[in-house]
Design a protein around this ligand. Structure first.
Ligand code: ATP
Ligand code: MN
Ligand code: MN
Length: 301
């Protein structure tokens, strides 16, 4: 009963005043989870989602017909999301300027869900300092069929190498097949500097430990190995945001975890949108305190 009471007190999409049309539309057929279930998930994890999901240029994965229907990426706001989704003008490579969308309030995320959004992917920089990333992400992409234990081992290895450079990092279960190793930055370096670091760092590891890693994006090169997708760290690239739902079977979410507990997880899709209570509880735990928080600059060399 206590649990149910607690659940009742959780904020929902309705508590934020966002109306969800077709609330019973099934988004995840395998679990019969609906558009309203998804909206209520985001409303529940509001304070957690907004830590990283706030004030970044965002790309949405929209699947208006549910996750098994047609899905597409959307990065520009064409004014369809209403007042709660904000715009930030950003210079494109060709010199023109485009409005990117961002969120500064969970109502913006809910308005996106209302428009069929499932996933939220963010830039590595914030809107007030777009040219200076505040995070690096090493997206570990295992070869098809590779044991998840290998992915965990690779993440731990990456952590140790980063630690040798004086960099703290944090593991994120992607909600899919892999793990993202997230390195918070103090936004003191620009995109070319950060990209160059990510590039050289990944190539050096792949060269030193070719039995585990490859820095080559070509799938035929992967062969039992893990691709360090360092390309997430160039201007304009995005990575899935912590606590974002995924448009995949089982309604998984991207979930921050602690290095100390990484061993316990059997896949990158351990948590789902049904775990809002658990995720809130976990986030308040000692193991996850300070996840993703560190003011650190990239080393010079
Ligand atoms: P998994 O663990 O299953 O690999 P993932 O989120 O890491 O899940 P990837 O396919 O490795 O998925 O993609 C990494 C990131 O690249 C995504 O999180 C997304 O932000 C970005 N991405 C991939 N494809 C596109 C695309 N077509 N447009 C924009 N961003 C994309
Ligand atoms: Mn990946
Ligand atoms: Mn990838």
């Amino acid at each position: 009963l206590k649990k149910a009471e607690k659940k009742g007190e959780r904020p929902t999409a309705a508590s934020f005043g966002i109306e969800i049309s077709s609330p019973d539309r099934v988004i995840y057929p395998e679990l019969k989870l609906t558009k309203l279930d998804l909206a209520d998930y985001y409303a529940a994890v509001d304070p957690l989602f907004m830590i990283d999901g706030g004030n970044r240029p965002m790309t949405l994965v929209r699947c208006p017909g549910g996750r098994t229907g047609e899905c597409f990426f959307q990065k520009h706001d064409k004014g369809m999301f209403g007042e709660h989704v904000k715009q930030v003008p950003i210079k494109e490579k060709d010199g023109s300027t485009e409005d990117y969308l961002y969120l500064d309030d969970i109502r913006g995320a809910l308005a996106c869900v209302q428009m069929g959004t499932i996933e939220f992917h963010g830039w590595g920089s914030r809107i007030d300092k777009v040219e200076h990333p505040d995070r690096l992400v090493f997206d570990l992409d295992p070869d098809v069929g590779l044991d998840f234990a290998k992915v965990k081992g690779a993440a731990v290895r990456l952590r140790a190498i980063l630690q040798d450079l004086g960099l703290h990092s944090f593991p994120l279960l992607s909600g899919g097949k892999g793990i993202h190793v997230v390195v918070p930055l103090d936004a003191s370096r620009d995109w070319p500097t950060v990209k160059s670091f990510a590039d050289r760092f990944s190539r050096a590891i792949a060269e030193a430990e070719p039995e585990t890693f490859t820095a080559n994006i070509r799938k035929v090169e992967r062969k039992g190995r893990i691709f360090i997708d360092w390309l997430r760290n160039q201007r304009g690239a995005t990575a899935v945001m912590p606590y974002s739902a995924r448009a995949r079977e089982g309604a998984p979410v991207a979930a921050p975890v602690a290095w100390s507990e990484l061993d316990d997880f059997g896949s990158g899709a351990h948590f789902s949108i049904r775990d809002a209570d658990l995720l809130l509880e976990r986030a308040a735990s000692k193991a996850l305190a300070g996840w993703g928080q560190a003011k650190q600059a990239l080393p010079d060399a």
